[in-house]
Design a protein around this ligand. Structure first.
Ligand code: GSH
Ligand code: NAG
Length: 236
């Protein structure tokens, strides 16, 4: 364990962005203090440390503050170079960053939207989600991990949220995103990922996550109904 410096992480117990940072630090054996934030009632500490986005994760390293999970991952990799996350080759590094960005921009919102919405909106979101998953499947095909044999590569950590969140979303919405026949590479990778002790010890209990996300879906539905009512009122 590296003890010389002080590392703190501001997080939220089920955030896919926070897990990236926690996994990377644990993997590299960097000791850190974890501080749970209430993202629905933000502390002045959070607002002061991340005034731009007001979001978690926030990494505090001595007196330096770093935000945005993918940026934090690169900072961690450069500051503690043991067990590297990113590949050495510049092209491979670029590709790893490309896929992480792609999944963040194209997958997370659409998959969540498929979970929360109804009717045509849901159909469209589901279709878009499947297209993205197909691209990711293509990238993983023929490999054990995104990083080849490196089971703790940058992309594993960046996209790993798929493995614990998507199954819960599937259950809540009674839809199947990850059909093992259609996505054999992702399915195999998912089991390996979830079996990994480092991942197991950090993920929250499935029941707790299920209850919480159910609530989030309900809130989204209520918000949408209120918006609709407000719009009809304006029209009349
Ligand atoms: N792009 C950011 C996203 C972080 C993010 O959305 N964090 C959520 C928790 S899952 C948050 O703090 N939400 C509070 C808010 O949106 O006000 C990252 O990669 O770190
Ligand atoms: C919000 O957080 C403050 C302290 O940071 C606390 O005193 C207050 O009770 C919290 N409010 C709610 C609604 O949880």
């Amino acid at each position: 364990m590296i003890m010389a410096t002080k590392v703190k992480v501001l997080g939220f117990w089920c955030s896919p962005f926070v897990f990236r940072v926690v996994w990377a630090l644990k993997l590299k054996g960097v000791e850190f203090e974890y501080i749970e934030e209430d993202i629905f009632n933000k502390s002045t500490r959070l607002l002061e440390l991340n005034p731009v986005h007001k979001k978690v994760p926030v990494l505090v390293h001595d007196d330096k503050v770093i935000v945005e999970s993918l940026v934090i991952l690169e900072y961690i990799d450069e500051t503690w170079p043991q067990d590297p996350l990113l590949p050495q080759d510049p092209y491979e590094r670029a590709m790893a960053r490309f896929w992480a960005k792609f999944a963040d921009e194209k997958l997370m919102q659409t998959a969540w939207k498929s979970t929360c919405t109804k009717g045509e909106e849901k159909e469209d979101a589901l279709k878009a989600t499947m297209e993205v998953l197909e691209k990711i499947e293509g990238e993983l095909k023929g490999k054990s991990y995104f990083g080849g044999e490196n089971k703790y590569a940058y992309l594993e950590i960046a996209i790993g949220w798929i493995n614990y969140l998507i199954p819960i979303w599937e259950e809540i919405a009674s839809i199947q995103f990850l059909d093992p026949k259609r996505f054999p590479a992702i399915t195999a990778w998912k089991s390996k990922f979830l079996d990994n002790p480092l991942i197991k010890e950090t993920l929250p209990p499935r029941e707790k996550l299920l209850i919480y996300l159910h609530e989030r879906v309900k809130h989204r539905e209520i918000d949408a109904t209120i918006r609709e009512l407000a719009e009809t009122k304006l029209e009349n």
